[in-house]
Design a protein around this ligand. Structure first.
Ligand SMILES: Cc1cc2nc3c(=O)[nH]c(=O)nc-3n(C[C@H](O)[C@H](O)[C@H](O)COP(=O)(O)OP(=O)(O)OC[C@H]3O[C@@H](n4cnc5c(N)ncnc54)[C@H](O)[C@@H]3O)c2cc1C
Length: 377
């Protein structure tokens, strides 16, 4: 292998085995002004100035997580979606996440005081969403906005420094608005081009990914791990290859097989994953849509169970934040199982204990005079 450093110096490296793990980089859409005036999810973490009014283009977990924290720190945020949110995840859950994202962020200004404390407290004190027109109006006026069924057409930099984004809607009409920051999260491409893999005979698929079996490519002494693995070509196919712990585990097992006495191979099936949107969502296994497609609707049963997280219980005494009129349903057979709602008295007891512990900690950590005042209060 020939390695070239930043100064252009070439070094020839020989080895028995090579592992390709260059990961992926965000993709830009092919529209005027995208590369010149917009950023990606990689850049959002190294901005030198606050993002201001932000447009996030995309509806993947990367897009929604970024929109969640940008709005969470107080910036006007809009998400532009082409089709569905969180493609590949259970769509009923995805809807709940985006509905909550909009609702919660809309209501956050009422908790201005908590924003000056910590994120955890903000979450505790966020009012329970209640599905009524008032909240909807409030959402439209103050919450995270969702522009649905739209694709960006062009981005132009104005004299003010703002970016004017023009987009096309599904019905063919177009619209535009100005933003301080436009962030694309429309997918990532594996960094396999420009490495000369073709010279080594490694087959790279049209999606820039590499077909592997037990991390081995079509060239026996060349392996691949991480985001460059083509999950669709695994047996069984997996859409959870692009996760840090998956790359780490695959690498560990490969090293043990190559240089130790290991024999275990990586199992890419049933990898649990979490989406860190304001309403966090964890999933493991097939989304309902894929289960129906794979096994047929008649062969699967769906159980729903709703409960309110303990941390929401005391500040929001409504019994169930779920906007679904039927809290527990079964699609196919009518045989339902319900998870018990957390006991309100237990919640109250725990919260009182927490409040006492917090007061105690606060008192201990304050100067004596202030502590005395607090104790008397
Ligand atoms: C916004 C965002 C949020 C995410 N959140 C999560 C999460 O919560 N949980 C989770 O599990 N996963 C998350 N992921 C996915 C996770 O980051 C990736 O799956 C993981 O980093 C893949 O590891 P990797 O080793 O394949 O690639 P990377 O971590 O991308 O590492 C590749 C390295 O190779 C280097 N490189 C590239 N080309 C070359 C070359 N030609 N020569 C030498 N070096 C090269 C790169 O500079 C980089 O350092 C997230 C991804 C994004 C974008």
């Amino acid at each position: 292998m020939v390695a070239v450093d930043k100064k252009g110096k070439e070094t020839r490296i020989t080895a028995d085995t090579f592992v390709i793990a260059p990961g992926g980089r965000p993709r830009y859409p092919d529209i005027p002004g995208a590369k010149e005036h917009c950023i990606t999810s990689d850049d959002i973490f190294s901005l030198k100035t606050p993002p201001g009014k932000t447009l996030v283009v995309g509806a993947s977990y990367v897009a929604l997580e970024c929109a969640g924290f940008i709005h969470g720190v107080g910036f006007d945020t809009t998400v532009m979606m082409r089709s569905i949110p969180l493609r590949g995840f259970d769509q009923q859950m995805a809807g709940q996440v985006t509905a909550y994202l909009t609702l919660t962020l809309t209501l956050t200004p009422t908790c201005t005081l908590t924003l000056t404390l910590t994120c955890t407290l903000t979450l505790h004190l966020t009012p329970t969403p209640s599905p009524n027109p008032q909240v909807k109006n409030y959402m439209a006026e103050h919450g995270t906005k969702f522009i649905e069924c739209a694709v960006p057409a062009a981005v132009e930099k104005l004299d003010s420094g703002r970016k004017k984004v023009t987009w096309t809607l599904k019905d063919g009409t177009s619209a535009s608005d100005e933003f301080d920051t436009v962030m694309f999260a429309v997918g990532r491409d594996a960094c396999t081009s420009g490495m000369g893999l073709e010279a080594a005979g490694v087959q790279v698929n049209a999606n820039h990914k590499i077909t592997t079996k037990n991390e081995q490519t079509n060239v026996p002494h060349i392996y691949a791990i991480g985001d460059v693995i083509d999950g669709a070509k695994l047996e069984p196919p997996s859409d959870t290859t692009e996760l840090t712990p998956v790359a780490i585990q695959a690498g560990k097992l490969l090293a043990a097989r190559l240089y130790g006495e290991g024999t275990a191979t990586m199992d890419y099936a049933l990898v649990p994953t979490t989406v860190y949107t304001p309403l966090e969502y964890g999933a493991c296994g097939l989304p309902e849509e894929v289960a129906i497609e794979t096994y047929g609707e008649a062969n699967i049963e769906v159980f729903h169970s709703y409960y309110k997280p303990l941390e929401w219980t005391v500040p929001n005494p409504n019994p169930n934040p779920n906007p679904n009129p039927s809290p527990t349903t079964s699609r196919s057979s009518g045989r339902c199982r319900t998870a018990a709602h957390p006991s309100r008295s237990l919640a109250l007891a725990l919260t009182l204990a927490l409040a006492l512990a917090l007061t105690f900690t606060l008192v201990l950590s304050l100067p004596p005079t202030l502590a005395l005042t607090l104790t008397h209060a």
